[in-house]
Design a protein around this ligand. Structure first.
Ligand code: CP
Length: 318
């Protein structure tokens, strides 16, 4: 099996990005992409084609990759979601054949969300064009989400070193919190509070990685204990599709809601993030609080981060 595209320009895992690359190349380019977006786009990727192939539902990841491609002048030459239903996967076609066939249609990049772990890594091995991991199944990763989350924190705070962050909810199945943890392992004096019920705690592989990289990790079951200490509350959805069952109203398990009580405890300069979709883990009154960035800055960072990645992959010298 070929391994030509194991690393960059594939985007597979958060660990593949260095701090130097993030700070010296990626983040400045997201600002340039924001300027291009605000003035209506450009033709930097004219003649380039993207396929987005999603085995799981998506709003943000698929839409923002497609918007990013089009705003840079490229084409989305084919796109589907729920590929288990709407592609020949339903008839039993293998993932390997699907990727090899998609490559024959001449894309310059394939954005893939697979419904099993290491889907993107496998796709990169059989593809002859770069693969972007749009999220693979738990305990997988979602590296583009975490680049955009890092950009969101950076825009708000100006730096990542010294960050105190609470990641809340279903940390066992959430791919975003895994990828974000790996990225934060590249920074200094970071403290991560993992706030989750016992059965949904962060896996040991991530915690061991963080300890090796000098990140202070604390685990607890009551968000109220740390809400006043942190710069970021990163709330997550319970991944019911992975079999997680978690009634947040049952306070015997702990306290995992973001609501009025948490807003009152939080610092004025802290922010609330969520990769979305959000179901009931944040009460609606929080949406309008200026510290809630999951419907504003975080979404915008998604577009600019994906524009930056597509530009780096498809027109690195332009
Ligand atoms: N954050 C995220 O991955 O959202 P979607 O599932 O809507 O793409």
């Amino acid at each position: 099996m070929r391994t030509k595209f194991d690393g960059w320009p594939n985007v597979i895992y958060s660990q593949q990005f260095s701090r130097r690359w993030i700070e010296q190349q990626f983040l400045p380019l997201t600002d340039e992409m924001e300027r291009i977006f605000r003035r209506g786009g450009c033709d930097l990727l004219k003649g380039k084609g993207m396929i987005s192939f999603f085995y799981e539902p998506s709003t943000r990841t698929r839409a923002s990759h497609e918007v990013a491609m089009r705003r840079l002048g490229g084409d989305v030459i084919f796109s589907t979601e729920n590929a288990r239903e709407f592609s020949s996967a339903k008839k039993g076609e293998t993932f390997e054949h699907t990727i090899k066939v998609l490559c024959r249609y001449g894309p310059n990049v394939i954005v893939i969300r697979y419904d099993h772990e290491i889907g993107a890594e496998f796709a990169a091995k059989v593809s002859n064009v770069p693969i972007i991991n749009a999220g693979d199944r738990a305990p997988g990763q979602h590296p583009t989400q975490e680049l955009l989350d890092l950009r969101t924190i950076f825009k708000h705070r100006g730096e990542i070193d010294g960050l105190n962050i609470a990641m809340v909810g279903d940390l066992l199945n959430g791919r975003t919190v895994r990828s974000l943890s790996y990225l934060l392992g590249k920074y200094k004096k970071v403290t991560i509070y993992y706030v989750s019920p016992g059965p949904l705690m962060m896996k040991d592989d991530v915690k061991e990685y963080l300890r090796r990289h000098g990140v202070l990790v604390k685990e607890l079951t009551d968000l109220r204990e740390v809400a006043s200490k942190v710069d970021v509350i990163y709330q997550t959805r319970t991944q019911g599709e992975c079999g997680a069952v978690f009634d947040r109203r049952n306070q015997e398990l702990g306290y995992f809601m973001v609501n009025r009580e948490i807003l009152d405890l939080m610092r004025k300069d802290a922010i609330i993030m969520h990769p979305l979709p959000c179901v009931d883990e944040i009460t609606r009154e929080v949406d309008d609080d200026p510290r809630a960035v999951y419907l504003t800055l975080q979404i915008d960072s998604g577009t600019f981060a994906r524009m930056a990645l597509l530009k780096m992959i498809l027109a690195p010298k332009a």
